[in-house]
Design a protein around this ligand. Structure first.
Ligand code: UD1
Length: 418
């Protein structure tokens, strides 16, 4: 088991460079099998989720070459095998193989995906989309067999603007016959990045980034070169760390527009920051932050993935602040640990009410899921004394070189095997 130890209360100075987006990468890797030629994807983060997807590619006899920041994927000798429960279970994004295999072979056999336990996270919208395109779905316990004689375009309205369903339907539809229209599509930047990749391979997708995406099916996709966008959740996490511990800490290689909702909240709270074309420089405040209320929402709203790290910042706001989670029903598992560190938080239904500022003191905490783990790192860096975080495998699934990046700017943080 790996643990992280953080000696908090240090001031962080220098530059943190943001890595490629996890949530784009995890869709781009499965998407690459839609061509029979080679795809080169660069700015790929070295995180365990990326490795888990490359393992699935290898299972399907796809050639994968990892060189520094890029991955070269060659599916020339690929075989369409069942993706076993062990592989499907390793991460949420394994579900993108359902859409990609269906799009390529008209058949996918795999199991219910894994991922963080932050709610029920059904995949009904993905399956409804596949059915609309002509697939038949058979389930045996956790196993899904998705098969079509022919895939044809369809008009698909998503009841919820789901990121996963939008991308998965795009993957299944790029080679279907005729036109597919996805209405109430999710608008996250990762969707635009995946659509750009597919278009670079010869797909005909318009409207990604809006709530209506139109896909004109094509017969063949070809080789391409593509770059992953910067990770907006990693960006946001480091911005929050800077707001608590930074002295002119520069978060670099990021897209400010992708974290607009966070930046406007920080401005409202009175943060010291300078926003540039592809960077933010931010320093902690000597006086408490102004309190604020936040509600998570689909993009461009405040991201649910930043709710947990942002809660840590709210412990340092004067008076009452509220944070409401609207996307997942079980994304407050960090709250008991923040309380253990000294925060004053009352949790009722989907809203946490914080009264601050609170003195935080290091103690033993648990990374219950990826972003709860990120919240523990943020809290540990700010709190006085030593914080020990267990279950850190969750954190390593999504943050590339987190120890190295934070050490570089002056944090005392280490990873230990026990
Ligand atoms: C993606 C991100 C995750 C982020 C989330 C919301 C990846 C790998 N993960 O997850 O980090 O927190 O978007 O921004 O990109 N839903 C259904 N039925 C479905 C699909 C979704 O009810 O078929 C519900 C979910 O339970 C959830 C909401 O819709 O309540 C949004 O989920 P969705 O956008 O699909 O999230 P993911 O794609 O799983």
């Amino acid at each position: 088991m790996k643990i992280m130890e953080v000696e908090g209360g240090r001031t962080l100075e220098g530059t943190i460079r943001v890595s490629g987006a996890k949530n784009a990468t995890v869709a781009l890797i499965p998407a690459a099998i839609l061509t029979d030629e080679e795809a080169t994807i660069c700015n790929v983060p070295e995180i365990t989720d990326t490795e888990a997807l490359c393992d699935i590619l290898r299972l399907l006899n796809v050639k994968v070459n990892r060189a520094s920041e890029s991955v070269v994927i060659n599916p020339q000798d690929m075989v369409n095998l069942e993706i076993t429960e062990e592989y499907s279970n390793k991460l949420r994004a394994s579900y993108y193989f359902m859409g990609a295999l269906l799009g390529k072979y008209k058949k996918a056999v795999m199991y219910f995906p894994g991922g963080c336990s932050i709610g029920a996270r059904p995949i009904d919208l993905h399956l409804k989309g596949f059915e609309a395109l002509g697939a038949k779905i058979t389930t045996e316990k956790n196993k899904y067999i998705v098969e079509a004689k022919e895939l044809h375009g369809a008009n698909i309205y998503l009841d919820i603007a789901s990121v996963g369903a939008t991308i998965n339907i795009m993957l299944a539809a790029v080679k279907a016959k005729g036109q597919t229209i996805i209405e109430n599509a999710a608008k996250e930047p990762e969707i635009v990045n995946v659509a750009t990749f597919l278009n670079n391979m010869g797909a005909k997708i318009v409207g990604a980034g809006t709530s209506t995406i139109k896909i004109e099916g094509v017969e063949k996709l070809h080789k391409c070169f593509h770059e992953v966008i910067p990770d907006r959740i990693e960006t946001g996490t480091y911005i929050i760390i800077a707001a608590l511990c930074g002295k002119n800490l520069r978060i670099d290689n990021m897209i400010p527009e992708h974290v607009d909702s966070l930046l406007s909240k920080l401005e409202e709270m009175g943060a010291n920051m300078e926003v540039g074309a592809d960077y933010v420089i931010i320093s902690k405040k000597d006086t408490p932050y102004k309190s604020t209320d936040v509600k998570t929402a689909v993009y461009p709203g405040f991201p649910t993935d930043l709710q947990q790290p942002f809660t840590v910042l709210l412990t340092q706001a004067e008076g009452k602040s509220k944070i409401t989670e609207t996307i997942y029903e079980n994304r407050f598992m960090h709250i008991p640990y923040l309380k253990k560190l000294g925060a004053d938080i009352v949790l009722k239904n989907q809203t946490a009410t914080l009264t601050g500022p609170s003195e935080l003191k290091g103690c033993e905490v648990v990374a219950t899921d990826l972003r709860a783990g990120a919240a523990m790192v943020v809290a540990g860096l700010f709190a006085s004394g030593k914080t020990t975080i267990t279950n850190v495998e969750h954190i390593l699934r999504g943050y590339e070189q987190i120890i190295e990046k934070l050490t570089e700017v002056g944090a005392k943080i280490s990873l230990k095997e026990i």
